[in-house]
Design a protein around this ligand. Structure first.
Ligand SMILES: Nc1ncnc2c1ncn2[C@@H]1O[C@H](COP(=O)(O)OP(=O)(O)OP(=O)(O)O)[C@@H](O)[C@H]1O
Length: 722
């Protein structure tokens, strides 16, 4: 065994030397080629390609590849070793094998999709299905040109029939800093299928916590840019994430994959910009306070809860009716007369409005008709008998034109929205019974909030829809692909509105219903989103394996899912074992104990340790106490745009999407978490943030599902640490 390993290492070292030599040589040659700065188009194109190669080779020279796959096409003839890296590179001399194959290339898919066995494997090339035999799948770790590790995950000539997880487990065991990383060397088969799925569908992915949803979505973007280079561009792709700090947390992955310029935003920021609205944080904080800061006093959630109702597509009909009422009564009563003696009959204006400009959406129709009237005035002015009359008519005409424009409806989404909710007076011809289509409680609370000048997050989809009905999509950029992370917190209306701005329903929608702690606004079943698309435009995938946490943590979290959330979307762990989950009962002082736990865990070799509390108020109070004892502890309060790593204190609901080497859940007891499914979901989110170590501190009175989860997963009790 040792010998085999030695010879594999030796072989890879020789191969690496040769590859680096060739990369250096190619790079040297390119660097010695003078840069073309002239105006000749063909030369400019050639220069751009040289520049691209210079960049690629500069990256390749430190880490040329990470994997090797020996494949025998057709099951006979030569066994070719294929080296797979983050970027592809050709050899200097023409050859049937590139120097490095891009991980996104069709043949490289075998490296991910092959799960072992002796049967032929296949991949889809542009010329059709290619079949053959896989002989070897090898992971090669190269850092800064040094060969650090060689690990065979499949060898046809050895006894193991399946691809082993050993290298994956080694990778997962590493500690994490403050950024999410790429996983190109260890993408798993179920993830690869999603990454390489065809572009023009709305993929809906239910994935358990830690199943790699965020990571997979980012790799999928890199894949789409490679596979559909002629059809898509990075600037026309967008990632929606829950907050700006999360965007910062994921911001390294795409550059690592050689992808830049993809738009990243929160839905609220994107919508506010499109609508030209200034959103205050007051509304967001009010919502969070209402749902998260009142321990045990969670408002009752029904289909008529304002956030849920406004997020459903039930408002669509009401909005369409309102806009159509405005549209049909838009042309002001009476003929238009710019000055005495000149009359443009309403009949004529109606003809322009109803016939000539009918294809345009209302706001554009109004613009066009008014422009036409303006042109008509200019023609009429030419008939003026004298210079004095011209001057007088010009003045009068301008005044009356302005007054006439003012008689048209105000095509402003917020005004129309306010009219629908009767926060301002609607036009006289609107039917009096219209408000009955909206539940009274929603009507009342929305009216009150709009009167205070607050636009909440849940108002954005209806506002955007009104905007779209008024203006269409002219002048607005449509997206080639939209990624929605933490999609369980998105409402169906948000997705429906985004679909208006997506080409070919090209979406990757990822989430986890078990983490649906924003259930007051999000979906309760994926069906709610699937129904927005025609069956041929959508497909559903499930990711069940969890890569983030140790088996012990996953077993414990599964216990919370079973007993508390009452969900059967359980996670399947990768066989990576660590310390048992630890439950610690407070002694004389809660703060002392939390402090001692933090001191113990941060003294170990962990880079990120978090203390998770139930509310922001708890986090702030605890932070005040801990910051006296720990120099470099940070408070995460939702207003941050950057995630710093290290030691953090944060409310559990803000930890979604993040991960920490070790997590301490403070007050994991009935003082903070009840028996309801929603409380269990919060704890599930918190517990699944931990990679290696999870401690729960409590007062001895715990919800029954926690007690049961601890028993079933053989969690440890007490302070005998290590
Ligand atoms: N194939 C893989 N190889 C190595 N690491 C992986 C793999 N898949 C996922 N991971 C790691 O697992 C962790 C979880 O990934 P990610 O945050 O993308 O999951 P998620 O499903 O979005 O999680 P959550 O819903 O809990 O926020 C990350 O550290 C990621 O690097």
């Amino acid at each position: 065994m040792e010998d085999k390993f030695q010879s594999a290492y030796q072989e890879e070292q020789e191969r690496l030397n040769a590859a680096l030599e060739e990369i250096d040589r190619q790079l040297e040659k390119l660097r010695n080629t003078p840069v073309y700065t002239g105006h000749e188009y063909t030369e400019q194109v050639l220069e751009a390609s040289r520049e691209q190669r210079r960049n690629n080779l500069s990256k390749l020279r430190t880490e040329p590849y990470f994997g090797r796959l020996d494949f025998q096409e057709g099951g006979q003839g030569e066994r070719k070793p294929l080296y797979i890296g983050k970027i592809g590179a050709d050899r200097e001399q023409a050859s049937d094998r590139p120097l490095v194959i891009d991980w996104r290339a069709p043949v490289a898919s075998l490296f991910y999709s092959f799960t072992g066995g002796t049967e032929p494997a296949s991949y889809e090339s542009p010329d059709g299905i290619v079949e053959g035999l896989v002989y070897l799948k090898r992971n090669v770790v190269i850092r800064k040109r040094i060969l650090e590790r060689v690990a065979d995950t499949y060898d046809r000539e050895s006894d193991g029939p399946a691809v082993s997880d050993e290298f994956l487990v080694y990778r997962l065991g590493e500690n994490k800093d403050n950024r999410l990383r790429d996983i190109v060397s260890t993408i798993q088969e179920e993830q690869d299928r999603i990454i390489r799925a065809a572009k023009n569908t709305a993929l809906i992915i239910q994935g358990v916590a830690g199943s790699g949803k965020t990571t997979v979505a980012l790799h999928r973007l890199a894949f789409l840019l490679y596979q559909y280079k002629e059809q898509v561009s990075a600037e026309r792709m967008i990632i929606f994430a829950p907050n700006r700090m999360f965007l910062d947390y994921i911001s390294d992955v795409l550059p690592e994959l050689g992808v830049g310029n993809i738009q990243q935003s929160t839905f609220a920021d994107w919508a506010a910009e499109l609508l030209g609205l200034e959103l205050t944080d007051t509304g967001v904080m009010e919502t969070l306070n209402r749902w998260f800061e009142n321990k045990g006093a969670m408002p009752v959630l029904t289909e008529e809860t304002p956030e849920r109702f406004k997020g459903s597509t039930k408002l669509i009909g009401v909005i369409e009716e309102a806009v159509s009422l405005l549209e049909s009564g838009a042309v002001p009563e009476g003929d238009f007369s710019p000055w005495e003696g000149a009359v443009l009959p309403r009949r004529m204006i109606m003809r322009w409005y109803k016939e000539e400009y009918a294809p345009y959406p209302p706001a554009k129709r109004k613009e066009r008709v008014m422009a036409r009237i303006h042109r008509w005035i200019e023609m009429e002015l030419k008939k003026s008998p004298s210079a004095a009359a011209l001057k007088d008519r010009k003045k009068k005409g301008a005044q009356r034109e302005k007054a006439y424009a003012g008689k048209w409806p105000k095509y402003d989404p917020l005004t129309i929205y306010k009219q629908i909710f009767r926060a301002v007076k609607p036009p006289a011809d609107w039917p009096a019974d219209e408000p009955e289509k909206i539940p009274a409680a929603v009507m009342k609370s929305t009216r009150a909030q709009l009167k205070k000048g607050h636009v909440l997050e849940e108002d954005l989809p209806p506002l955007l829809y009104i905007h779209y009905l008024l203006n269409g999509d002219e002048g607005v950029q449509k997206f080639d692909h939209i990624v929605i992370d933490e999609a369980q917190d998105f409402s169906p209306f948000q997705i429906a509105v985004l679909d208006l701005y997506a080409r070919n329903h090209s979406f990757t929608i990822l989430g986890d219903l078990s983490q649906g702690i924003h259930a007051y606004k999000g979906v309760h079943e994926w069906r709610e989103m699937q129904e927005l698309f025609a069956p041929e435009h959508t497909s559903y995938h499930a990711l069940t394996r969890s890569y983030r946490s140790t088996m012990e943590i996953i077993d414990f979290a599964n216990g919370i899912l079973r007993g508390g959330v009452k969900s059967d979307l359980l996670a399947v762990p990768v066989f990576r074992s660590g310390n048992p989950v630890r439950l610690l009962k407070y002694g004389a002082s809660r703060t002392e104990d939390i402090s001692a736990a933090l001191a113990e865990l941060s003294s170990r070799d962990y880079r990120t340790v978090a203390v998770l509390t139930r509310t922001l108020a708890d986090a702030e109070a605890l932070f005040a106490e801990l910051s006296v004892r720990f120099e470099d502890v940070h408070l995460i309060d939702g207003s941050m745009t950057e995630y710093q790593g290290g030691l953090s204190v944060l409310p559990l609901y803000l930890s979604k999407g993040l991960e920490f080497d070790a997590a301490i859940v403070a007050d994991a007891d009935l003082s903070s978490y009840g028996e309801a499914a929603w409380d269990a979901k919060l704890l599930y989110v918190g517990c699944t943030r931990a990679l290696h170590e999870l401690w729960l501190l409590h007062n001895g009175q715990q919800p029954s599902y926690l007690v049961k989860a601890a028993e079933e997963s053989e969690a440890a009790e007490g302070w005998q640490v290590k």
